[in-house]
Design a protein around this ligand. Structure first.
Ligand SMILES: *Cc1c(COP(=O)(O)O)cnc(C)c1O
Length: 350
């Protein structure tokens, strides 16, 4: 605390990311990073772009927006890119979600949503997940200005089918529906094909998870032009160059390298199915996952105890001290070898 702080700073409760250990060799299953490297084509493009670092990057990141537009069958004007999808989300809060009626999002979801609400003064109501920890779209039939869903949801991993998102946008023609698809490539159905027919839908994705580029910081939004225009107005009032030269070069190739994308996400999905079976065999209750993590609890062991014991033995998983989910562990899908180590340790502990 300091007398120099702006008054808003006193009231902020910042997001707390998962641990990034500074030393030691941990098996990192705590922040939903991809266990495989990024596309070699992306890495080569990054290396090949260093001779342009003297110059400012393209402020419109046109090449990347063209690649994303081609990949998803939309126009360049329907694509917004940012420094990670967290930044895209932040601009969305400021540009599109601040209204008199509240924003709705689940009580258990990505914990950055209440943080951005606080930062931008957005009023919100948390809608409880149902007893099986799923989003029920019927629960969103209440006064609001907008709805924000992570689909698949985090940290639960459960997904709504595209038909449910379609129902939601149809039921709320005058409310914006924002779908955060950070994990969609691991088994979800993207809502992007609905954008052409619905002017109240914005879909946000990231290259951090399925394209293994968390360190490059690239995310994007797809929506009809007026929504993208709002995001661009905020972006151009904040930072002209959120994506640097290396990020643009690498992201273009990561989007274009479909072979690498399909191969690595397929491996992660197969490892997830094996991990779910192994956890169930140890007595864990595992929520059905469409993501690169599973959310699981053991009827006889407290989540905090399991997370601490695993950490002592060199494996990091994520645990949230939050009502309803304090006995769950969120476990990122690693390589089969990493998952094997986790299971071997749990077998000793349980
Ligand atoms: C990881 C994650 C993000 C943020 O991804 P970045 O693009 O790395 O900022 C956004 N939403 C959800 C639900 C996530 O899990």
């Amino acid at each position: 605390m300091s007398r120099f702080w702006s008054s808003i700073v006193h009231g902020l409760s910042p997001y707390v990311p998962g641990e990034q250990p500074k030393q030691g060799t941990f098996v990192k299953l705590n922040t939903n990073e991809n266990p495989y490297p990024p596309s070699p084509r992306a890495l080569a493009a990054i290396a090949g772009a260093t001779d342009r670092l003297r110059l400012y990057p393209d402020p419109t990141a046109l090449k990347l927006r063209e690649a994303i537009a081609a990949r998803f069958g939309v126009t360049v004007g329907e694509v917004f890119v940012g420094n990670g999808s967290d930044e895209v989300l932040a601009h969305t809060f400021q540009a599109l979600l601040k209204h008199e009626a509240p924003l709705l999002f689940p009580d258990i979801t990505y914990s950055f949503y209440p943080v951005y609400s606080g930062l931008y003064g957005v009023s919100y109501v948390e809608v409880p997940l149902d007893a099986s920890m799923r989003v029920q779209i019927a629960d969103y039939r209440r006064p609001c200005s907008a709805i924000l869903l992570a689909n698949p949801n985090a940290p639960t991993g459960t997904a709504l089918p595209r038909a449910a998102i379609q129902e939601l946008v149809t039921e709320h023609p005058d409310q914006l529906v924002v779908v955060d698809e950070a994990y969609v490539d691991f088994g979800g159905e993207s809502a992007i094909p609905l954008v052409a027919r619905h002017d109240n839908l914005l879909v946000i994705q990231t290259l951090s998870k399925s394209r293994a580029l968390a360190g490059l910081r690239v995310g994007f939004a797809i929506g009809q032009r007026p929504l993208i225009d709002a995001l661009e107005r905020v972006k151009d009032s904040f930072n002209s160059y959120p994506l640097d030269t290396l990020a643009i070069a690498g992201a273009v190739e990561a989007i274009n390298d479909e072979t690498w994308f399909e191969e690595t996400r397929g491996r992660i999905i197969r490892s997830r199915e094996a991990l779910v079976r192994d956890l169930a065999a140890l007595g864990f209750e595992v929520l059905p996952s469409s993501a690169n993590f599973v959310f699981a609890r053991h009827p006889k062991h407290r989540g905090a105890d399991l997370a601490a014991a695993l950490r002592e033995r060199g494996v990091l998983v994520r645990h949230f001290r939050k009502p309803r989910i304090e006995d769950f562990l969120r476990i990122t899908i690693g390589t089969d070898e990493q998952c094997g180590k986790l299971i071997a340790l749990l077998r000793e502990m349980i």
